[in-house]
Design a protein around this ligand. Structure first.
Ligand SMILES: CC(C)(COP(=O)(O)OP(=O)(O)OC[C@H]1O[C@@H](n2cnc3c(N)ncnc32)[C@H](O)[C@@H]1OP(=O)(O)O)[C@@H](O)C(=O)NCCC(=O)NCCS
Length: 326
């Protein structure tokens, strides 16, 4: 729907599913790169460079924009899973035809099919995070696309923006926070201490929402269904306590839970290791990034914001730099 602007009919859906199973497979050049890098690069950097390599290989054939978008979206989870297995000294697992996108990701990570409730949760996560208007990474993708660069290069730019902890880098910090708090009774003192130090509570706040992020409601419900009850109880206590303390600190400004808070809990429950949380976000968001690129190029004009100079004026070049003698 995001790529074509309408929901597919059965025939279109089946064609797309066939394309996905065909395109999931990685070219040898990317596997070779991942083998070489598996001991050094962080997972998101490895993913980003793999996207760049795919772009370099694909540009020779010049497929259509939507074809490139489908191919890239299909391959993102294969890159992440291949890299992860190589890092652990395991053989990569080839995608299994007939499995859906989320199911294949879990299959390739673990070399066995995921439990149905885990596949459902990850599928829902992929759908919820597929697009979210002009968030920082999507905006970056559109800016890059507006120069008429290729889809892969625009996605490489988007991944750079996603990486930061204020955007897609947040869920690993949410997970570390939950680990560090450990038990519900520690939540209030831990959070108060962080707020007194003017630290940000990860998984809270949003540039646009002035209320709970509606995606977090669905993720919380998914978490309730699949997460270990003691972890769910800890997460809800941290959520309630952080909301209360943030209200005390910022009575003028509602700061509520965002999509990243329960994402981290759900991703952990389906078996995604924390170091792959942001990569998994990138897999989901590739649909949105590429759909925005397609839309941008339908009626493109180069982004070029104006800037107002507010610095000193009337400067003159000194004959001799200050502090030196002639
Ligand atoms: C998302 C985020 C970057 C939005 O930033 P923003 O729009 O500039 O934030 P606001 O305008 O709401 O900030 C207002 C005040 O609340 C504070 N605040 C905002 N989010 C906060 C958080 N999560 N924890 C503690 N304080 C927070 C700010 O520091 C600011 O305080 P100040 O006026 O004393 O400087 C910010 O909320 C944040 O850093 N959240 C944590 C990271 C995160 O979860 N990112 C994923 C986003 S989906």
């Amino acid at each position: 729907m995001l790529w074509y602007g309408h929901l597919p009919n059965r025939q279109e859906l089946s064609t797309l599913e066939t394309r996905f199973s065909r395109e999931h497979v990685l070219p040898n050049q990317v596997i070779g790169f991942l083998k070489g890098e598996s001991k050094v690069a962080d997972p998101l950097s490895a993913l980003q460079t793999s996207v760049s390599i795919l772009g370099g290989l694909g540009s020779r054939n010049e497929p259509s924009l939507i074809d490139s978008s489908i191919g890239l979206t299909a391959r993102m989870p294969t890159i992440v899973a291949t890299y992860h297995r190589l890092r652990k000294g395991q053989e990569p697992v080839t995608p299994r035809p007939g499995l859906g996108h989320a199911a294949n990701y879990l299959y390739m990570l673990n070399a066995k099919p995921g439990r149905p409730e885990h596949v459902h949760a990850l599928d829902s996560y992929f759908t919820l995070l597929a697009d979210h208007s002009l968030n920082a990474s999507t905006f970056v993708a559109r800016i890059a696309a507006s120069t008429l660069t290729d889809v892969h290069s625009a996605v490489v730019a988007a991944i750079s923006a996603l990486k930061g902890p204020l955007h897609g880098g947040a869920p690993i910090y949410v997970w570390e926070m939950l680990q560090s708090i450990g038990k519900s009774e520690n939540a209030e003192s831990w959070l108060r201490d962080r707020l007194q130090k003017h630290d940000r509570i990860m998984g809270f706040g949003h540039r646009v929402y002035r209320t709970e992020d509606p995606r977090s409601r669905i993720l919380k419900e998914l978490a309730r269904q699949i997460v270990d009850p003691s972890l769910f109880e800890l997460a809800t206590t941290v959520e309630d306590t952080a909301r209360k303390l943030l209200r005390e600190q910022h009575p003028e400004r509602p700061i509520d839970v965002n999509v990243e808070f329960y994402s981290s809990v759900v991703l952990h429950a389906v078996g995604i290791p924390p170091e792959l949380f942001t990569c998994t976000f990138a897999c989901a968001r590739t649909v949105g990034w590429t759909a925005h690129i397609v839309e941008q190029l339908q009626d493109n004009r180069l982004f070029r914001p104006d800037a107002e100079y507010v610095g000193p004026e009337g400067l003159t070049l000194e004959a001799t730099p200050p502090g030196t003698s002639a």
